[in-house]
Design a binder for this molecule. Structure first.
Ligand code: SF4
Length: 347
């Protein structure tokens, strides 16, 4: 099935040509769709055309629930998709503007030990229009005037493994960076992967130099394979070789994500090994104290421990920043909110 939200301008032109409409209507319709408008709200589209468009599947994304953090400037959304599925997104306000963290799949099949998104495996991939729809719905909910764009940065770090949904993610990136779309620079987009090595090599050939973030979380293969099972297929040396190639090709500094887990990977020897592993790679480490996962007996490191870990890395001349673990009061970790909704509603 073809959804209007998934169509780019040439596809809309073809659709409208078949309806005997002039090609300029395609840009008008596209622009409304990107702003999260319903067909009936497309005020410069003739009524009879709106009636025809209303007969087609839209593929819209609606805000089902919103949770405002009392501690941070973050709003977490539970989005409802047209087939009744739910996904999560988070809008964060910073000094320079808004950053949106998007889900890329419903569920996930990567099986990371600390992650709620993967508990029931992969349900389905999200389509480009459903990623754009998350942005449109959140922007619409936050802007003060009809044409205001509020978003400056995008991070693909919500539920799902973006590189496991490769074609749809590339289509999304092309549209969101296009001047006909949001026109967001690839430099302001970050893509986080657990390390699907062949797809990293493919991504670097796409002329879409987004910032590559690697969910590393361990400095040796034994521990990483426990935490991130895909490591058995693509162990750390393979992942880091791909990261080096990506950096060389795109000129972009990479981000290494390291979730700090109490007594598992947060000691001084762990910091020294991590620094040694990443030596000579143009990267920055984001240290994120893990949200507790009682089911797996994993406890996040304290903030104090995280700061100590950063200082041990600094002593090794390795750049790192302690990031806040995203609002635990709004079920910030990826997949928690959808999972809770499914639990409460017998999903
Ligand atoms: S951390 Fe990311 S890749 Fe791993 S299971 Fe969760 S959503 Fe999937």
């Amino acid at each position: 099935m073809s959804y209007l939200m998934d169509m780019d301008i040439p596809e809309l032109e073809r659709l409208l040509k078949n309806m005997d409409e002039p090609s300029f209507r395609a840009k008008q319709v596209y622009s409304w769709l990107q702003r999260g408008a319903t067909i009936d709200e497309m005020s410069d589209i003739p009524k009879n055309l709106r009636a025809e468009l209303n007969k087609l599947p839209l593929g819209s994304v609606k805000i089902f629930k919103e949770f405002k953090s009392s501690k941070t400037d973050a709003v977490k959304y539970l989005f409802l998709l047209e087939d009744g599925e739910f996904v999560e997104g988070v809008l964060m306000r910073y000094r320079h503007g808004y950053t949106m963290c998007l889900s890329t799949q419903i569920g996930c099949r990567m099986g990371c030990a600390f992650c709620a998104s993967t508990l029931n495996g992969l349900v389905r991939n999200l389509r480009p229009g459903e990623l754009l729809g998350q942005i449109a719905a959140a922007e619409r909910n936050n802007r003060v005037s009809e044409n205001q764009r509020v978003l400056s940065n995008i991070v693909l770090m919500g539920s799902g493994e973006p590189l496991d949904n490769y074609e749809n993610i590339i289509a999304f990136l092309k549209r969101v960076t296009s001047p006909d779309g949001l026109g967001i620079s690839p430099r302001n987009i970050s893509l986080s992967t657990c390390g699907l090595v062949p797809k990293i090599y493919r991504l670097m050939e796409e002329s879409l130099p987004v910032t590559l973030c690697i969910s590393l979380h361990a400095h040796n293969d034994a521990l990483r394979s426990q935490l991130v099972p895909v490591n058995r297929q693509y162990p750390i040396p393979m992942v880091l070789n791909a990261v080096k190639a990506y950096i060389k090709k795109t000129g972009r500094r990479a981000i290494i994500e390291y979730a700090l887990i109490d007594k598992l990977n947060d000691g001084p020897a762990d910091a020294a090994s991590l620094a040694k592993l990443l030596k000579g790679i143009n990267c920055h480490i984001n240290l994120i104290p893990l949200n507790n996962v009682p089911e797996r007996n994993l406890k996040g490191s304290s903030r104090k421990r995280a700061m100590e870990f950063a200082s041990w890395l600094a002593a090794e001349k390795t750049s790192a920043t302690v990031r806040r673990s995203l609002g635990t009061d709004i079920e910030g970790a990826c997949g928690q909110l959808r999972q809770r909704h499914l639990d409460e509603n017998g999903g």
